[in-house]
Design a binder for this molecule. Structure first.
Ligand SMILES: *Cc1c(COP(=O)(O)O)cnc(C)c1O
Length: 388
């Protein structure tokens, strides 16, 4: 349940303008509310945004990634290399198609999969790598696609958090193999729920359409046939008009997120200094203002230097009216995964970061003053519980 205290700063909050509300009303009044002309318009607009590559939309990011795996023909007996520090959807979809997730440890600086450790995890059954761009920071795309080429692997990018992120001036999604985005309410561009997949060609797009709707081959009502096992993962015109409006607002959102992230670096460093806590290891994010879309601003708490755990820090921040989140505990710490024999101790960096990472509030509607309040609140709490 959302906190209704007006002074409370949640860790994220979507922004919708009046134009968006009007566009939704118009669809609701039009008599056609599910997948239709607005979906086609949104997909065409996204395709243009991604430099002309085909794009198809789905009910959510999870369905988008599942269909990406299906389009790539990944299933029973196949292994997919991924990261343990992600939303559990990433590996759930791998299990869902009958394949096996293989977790490679993360890089402590980027908090993304450590591409230098991928080669050692490749077996004859490896079919794909599924990297995640945590907080919107991409991996080294040159290195990723060099691995794909060398080992003849598919790449399914879990770019759920990376809409608007870039690599060397090119938008994530405008190049590469299969690239999956989420439009869930917390994401930088939201359609309330939804997702989109950027594909390589018209054939893949056709296949994705079939998986999206019961495997129907679209040949008019009389010629209806089903030739693959599809689901019900279609995207509606109501969601599509929200997405079209959000795309118009995205540049302004991005400017605001970037400005707020810059303020965080300044404010946290200033507060640590004035509290005499220069030696506290509060791993700030990589200061990458070219590539990241600043989906989140995360610190890693120095639990070995504190007398309290992360939950206590979060509770005390909440008492100050500051919402935080954990993105994410290592997937291998979940019972489902433990029961399959996965051990988080096999990925020690992910183990440490999964237990101590903390997401601070960051969303376009935040005020400049909020950053100062959050930074001073956080540093005050850390000082109180510092072991010295
Ligand atoms: C949001 C998210 C997803 C899933 O997207 P949904 O739209 O919620 O299904 C998958 N992976 C990552 C990294 C995400 O952040």
């Amino acid at each position: 349940m959302p906190n209704t205290n007006p002074q409370f700063i949640p860790f994220t909050r979507p922004s919708f303008n009046q134009e968006t509300i009007d566009a939704v009303s118009e669809v609701l009044r039009s008599g056609w509310v599910t997948s239709g002309p607005k979906l086609a318009e949104f997909e065409a607009t996204l395709s243009a945004y991604f430099g002309g590559r085909p794009v198809r939309c789905f009910a959510n990011g999870t369905a988008t990634m599942k269909i990406a795996l299906q389009v790539a023909g990944i299933g029973a007996g196949d292994e997919v290399i991924t990261t343990p520090i992600s939303w559990v959807a990433t590996s759930n979809v791998i299990l869902g198609v009958g394949a096996k997730p293989v977790f490679v440890d993360i890089d402590p600086i980027t908090r993304n999969i450590d591409l230098n450790k991928v080669a050692a995890a490749i077996t004859p059954n490896t079919r794909a790598i599924m990297p995640v761009y945590l907080a919107g920071l991409p991996v080294n795309m040159d290195q990723l696609y060099a691995l794909a080429k060398q080992y003849k692997l598919r790449i399914i990018e879990d770019a759920a958090q990376a809409f608007g992120s870039q690599w060397q001036g090119k938008k994530i999604g405008s190049f590469g193999d299969l690239v999956s985005f989420s439009f869930q309410a917390n994401k930088n561009l939201t359609t309330v729920e939804g997702g989109c997949l950027v594909l390589n060609n018209a054939e893949e797009a056709k296949l994705a359409e079939k998986f999206r709707l019961q495997g129907l081959t679209r040949q008019g009502m009389d010629g209806m046939d089903v030739d693959v096992l599809g689901g019900k993962d279609n995207f509606t015109d109501v969601n599509a008009v929200i997405g079209l409006q959000q795309l118009k607002q995205l540049p302004a959102y991005q400017t605001r997120r970037t400005a707020l992230a810059r303020q965080y670096f300044d404010a946290i460093r200033t507060q640590l200094k004035s509290a005499g806590l220069e030696n506290l290891r509060l791993e700030l994010p990589l200061e990458n203002f070219n590539d990241s879309n600043w989906h989140m601003f995360q610190v890693v708490l120095p639990l070995d230097q504190l007398q309290v755990d992360r939950a206590q820090v979060m509770t005390e921040l909440k008492d100050l009216g500051i919402g935080t989140g954990v993105h994410y505990p290592a997937i291998t710490d979940f019972t489902l995964y433990k029961n399959q024999g996965y051990k988080t101790s096999d990925t020690p960096v992910a183990q440490r970061i999964g237990r101590s990472i903390l997401t601070l509030p960051l969303f376009p509607a935040m005020q400049d003053e909020d950053i100062g309040r959050i930074a001073s609140g956080l540093v005050r709490i850390l000082k109180k519980h510092h072991k010295n």
